[in-house]
Design a protein. Structure first.
Ligand code: HEM
Ligand code: HEM
Length: 124
């Protein structure tokens, strides 16, 4: 694996490990207050990012383009802000909400970019 594919896949392993640590802490303490943080870390950070990595590995032409580099940069940055923001929010700090909203919209835009890249690649 190289480039964008490797960045996505390696970071999915990191998010997966972090999300599982959080899940175990939630289970052990019987405090499920961070359920949304755990859930989004697992399903976006681990599952989606691993899929992005495998996709770009399978479609090297798509991975080598500028759009893929924009996708990985924006997705990694926005998800990181989103997850830290969720952790702070569900820790009881509402002041983080505007930043959370921006991160969520930017992540959604990065997914729209991926949808374009992937649809174009599979139809080529
Ligand atoms: C050692 C492994 C794990 C532990 C200890 C753990 C722990 C937990 C706990 C305590 C909850 C809250 C349950 C509730 O309050 O209803 C939860 C929810 C959740 N977990 Fe995990 N988890 C683990 C692995 C995973 C994995 C591997 C994934 C996904 C790939 C995952 C995805 C989710 C999701 C999506 C929810 C939210 C479910 C809902 O909305 O009801 N978890 N987990
Ligand atoms: C970045 C944009 C996203 C926003 C703003 C968002 C927002 C939300 C909200 C508000 C909830 C309900 C939380 C609650 O009341 O407990 C939720 C739940 C959930 N979302 Fe998302 N979501 C986003 C992206 C995603 C993506 C891309 C996935 C899957 C790949 C996903 C999977 C889930 C799952 C499994 C749940 C149920 C677990 C939970 O309650 O946290 N979300 N999401």
């Amino acid at each position: 694996m190289h480039g964008v594919a490797r960045i996505f896949f390696l970071s999915s392993l990191f998010f997966g490990l972090a999300g599982l640590v959080l899940g175990n802490v939630m289970a052990a303490t019987q405090d499920h207050g961070q359920l949304p943080t755990h859930a989004h870390t697992m399903v976006i950070g681990w599952v989606s990012f691993a899929l992005f990595g495998l996709f770009y590995h399978q479609f090297p032409a798509a991975a080598s383009g500028l759009l893929a580099k924009v996708h990985v940069a924006v997705a990694e940055a926005s998800l990181s802000v989103l997850l830290v923001g969720l952790f702070i929010h569900y820790g009881g700090n509402d002041a983080i909400e505007p930043l959370l909203g921006v991160a969520a919209i930017v992540y959604a835009l990065s997914f729209a970019l991926f949808a374009f890249i992937a649809a174009r690649a599979v139809c080529a």
